[in-house]
Design a protein around this ligand. Structure first.
Ligand code: 5GP
Length: 180
């Protein structure tokens, strides 16, 4: 059983679906006639990406990268490591990087710098959640679902210590949980 006393709902499943549809419609318009490769950043983006690609009305391919994240903490170490690289070349492709949340921007800055060196036609970013107040790397997302304050959120693919990814809403994890 999920312990709902630890969570406050920020966005419901229905609200998320509307936001994802808005992003998909915009991406569909922007990439009309282009060869689109959608790259998901594991693990957090897998739920968002699964929904997003189904509302992009274009032929596209997908690939995944996994980078080291916060471990079991809520504070970034500032160190990024590639745990799993892409399977295919991105040369000549229009790349859309899909991320669950941009916080300091360190992760996406690192990833996009690596990708740009591999000869893509373009690299853009789509994130579901953005915490602009926390930014310390020069990252601006091209498509943003929601801008949020400095909350620690879980659900819809996002975890705390590998838990809560399966919760369909986006929730704020009460600080009492991780400050214990
Ligand atoms: P950044 O490098 O931008 O500081 O951090 C990006 C990564 O940190 C995200 O992909 C995500 O894995 C993790 N992260 C940042 N903020 C949150 C949050 O509020 N909740 C969860 N679950 N992960 C977060």
């Amino acid at each position: 059983m999920l312990n709902l006393e630890e969570l406050d709902i920020l966005y419901t499943q229905e609200e998320i679906a509307q936001t994802v549809a808005r992003l998909g419609a915009k991406i569909t318009r922007d990439y009309e006639g282009k060869e689109l490769l959608v790259i998901g950043i594991l693990k957090g983006a897998f739920v968002f990406m699964a929904d997003l690609i189904r509302v992009i009305n274009l032929p596209l391919s997908v690939d995944f990268m996994e980078v080291s994240s916060y471990g079991d903490s809520t504070i970034s170490s500032g160190e990024v490591r590639i745990m799993k690289d892409l399977q295919h070349s991105i040369e000549g492709k229009h790349v859309l990087v899909v991320e669950d949340i941009v916080d300091t921007g360190v992760t996406l800055h690192y990833i996009t710098e690596i990708l740009k060196k591999r000869g893509p036609k373009s690299v853009k970013i789509c994130c579901l959640l953005d915490k602009p107040s926390r930014r310390n790397s020069p990252i601006v997302s091209d498509y943003v679902g929601y801008e949020i304050p400095d909350y620690f959120v879980v659900g819809y693919g996002l975890d705390y210590a590998e838990k809560h990814r399966n919760y369909p809403a986006i929730c704020v994890l009460k600080p009492s949980v991780y400050e214990r």
